[in-house]
Design a protein around this ligand. Structure first.
Ligand code: AMP
Ligand code: MG
Length: 409
């Protein structure tokens, strides 16, 4: 069995994944989907010069005479938001205007209502005949000019971007009712092991509850894919094969399993994959999660993660998350990597190690403290962590203060 570096194993896996076509969907359904095309602005934003304040639209020059406190303008119109003003502001006149309303011809600034004598700021208040200004305004003041945010024709979002709620807002503003996105990958997931019980079962002698399918299912969904949950296979060839056949019938893009891929006497998953497809079984030079099965079952890519919960989690983060990103067509979605300092001395065995840590900011730099017992069966240390601290291959010890990379979870 080959001993591979993490980088090499990752590269070998990733070459097998690409997006599975595109579809056009109503904007409302596009959160977390990935854009398949660049988005060009169809209009300027804002589309017209408008007021950033409730106040009075005027000619700035009329406000800046020497005796400013006494300047009185006659109010010749009212411009609520949404109206299309037809009035023209002439010397020594003004129009009442609301935030977001279009600036009338002739006006080049807005004085906020708070800077006038028009104290009646109640909703529904009547239009005054005149307004007294308590300060001068400059040309352009309190006006949001057409195109200040976005110019028509410019690219505002790139293909490959995961659509965030903010993106939905921008797309809506631009009138993009239908969006071309990549198809959402479908990933089949199963656990394997005679010891596994359902979450609602009471514990009996020798048994544990299947936690991996909950954790991995959550990871799949939070990575932007659909999880097809196939349940638990007993440690028997036929049971494993039956679930793999279900995955084929579901036409999934990837089959993901946990456990049963090691060198135990009851680890049948590798055998079944091999007899119906192709299997690469590697020892990856990492900790936790050394054994990793990769291949294809009836042409569908297969990744067999280790059974120990922490190993399964790390295996997902190191190998599966990026594969899902490629299936989604995404150029983002990878964990944020930061440089941190170790708050304690760290021992390692020379394998590339992914340790559970809490990263916090102390005096402007990031400090990593390990959480609890680092054994690969200990879920609590994973639950308490907000980062994986990466000890590079070849490093056997690191002193306090050593700089390392961490992935923020
Ligand atoms: P295996 O890879 O089958 O040798 O399993 C390795 C370890 O992971 C054993 O202690 C299993 O009991 C445990 N394990 C396997 N599958 C799961 C699962 N779905 N949930 C929690 N622990 C598991
Ligand atoms: Mg097992």
């Amino acid at each position: 069995m080959a001993l591979l570096s993490v980088q090499e194993a990752r590269q070998r896996i990733l070459t097998h994944f690409q997006p599975n076509g595109t579809e056009t969907l109503p904007l409302i359904t596009c959160a977390q989907r990935v854009l398949a095309v660049d988005i060009f602005a169809t209009t300027d934003l804002p589309p017209f010069d408008n007021s950033s304040m409730d106040g009075f639209a005027l000619r700035a020059e009329d406000s800046s005479q020497t005796n400013a406190a006494l300047i009185t303008l006659s109010v010749i119109g009212d411009i609520p938001a949404g109206s299309s003003p037809s009035i023209v502001i002439m010397p020594n006149t003004a129009a009442r205007i609301m935030t977001g309303a279009q600036i009338p011809q002739g006006a080049n600034s807005v004085i906020p209502v708070e800077e006038t004598n028009f104290t009646n700021q109640e909703a529904g208040s009547l239009l005054p005949n005149e307004v007294i200004l308590s300060k001068a305004v400059k040309p352009g003041e309190n006006i949001r000019p057409r195109g200040m945010d976005v110019k028509a024709g410019e690219i505002v979002l790139r293909a490959g971007k995961t659509i965030t709620p903010q993106d939905l807002g921008l797309l809506a503003t631009l009138g993009q009712a239908q969006i071309s996105v990549y198809k959402k990958p479908r990933i089949a997931l199963f656990s394997s092991g005679d010891e596994l019980l359902e979450v609602s079962d009471s514990l009996t002698s020798g048994k544990i509850r299947d936690s991996n399918s909950y954790m991995l299912g959550g990871l799949i969904e939070s990575a932007g894919a659909e999880c097809i949950r196939l349940g638990v296979a007993k440690d028997q060839r036929e049971a494993v094969q039956a679930l793999l056949e279900k995955a084929v019938a579901e036409k999934v893009d990837l089959i993901l399993s946990s456990a049963g891929v090691s060198v135990g006497a009851y680890d049948f998953v590798k055998d079944v994959i091999e007899s119906n497809g192709r299997l690469d079984f590697w020892k990856v030079n990492m900790r936790p999660g050394k054994p990793l099965a990769f291949g294809a079952y009836r042409g569908i890519p297969f990744i067999g993660l280790p059974g120990n919960p922490v190993s399964a989690f790390v295996g997902f983060e190191v190998f599966v998350r990026e594969a899902i990103s490629k299936l989604r067509g995404a150029s983002d979605g990878i964990r944020l990597k930061v440089r941190v300092r170790c708050a304690e001395a760290i021992e390692s065995d020379g394998r590339e190690s992914y340790l559970r840590a809490v990263v916090s900011e102390v005096n402007g730099s990031y400090l990593a403290t390990l959480t609890g017992h680092q054994g690969s069966g200990n879920l609590l240390s994973l639950v308490q962590a907000n980062a994986l601290l990466i000890i590079p291959a070849g490093v056997k010890s690191a002193p306090v203060g050593q700089e390392m990379e961490a992935w923020l979870l």
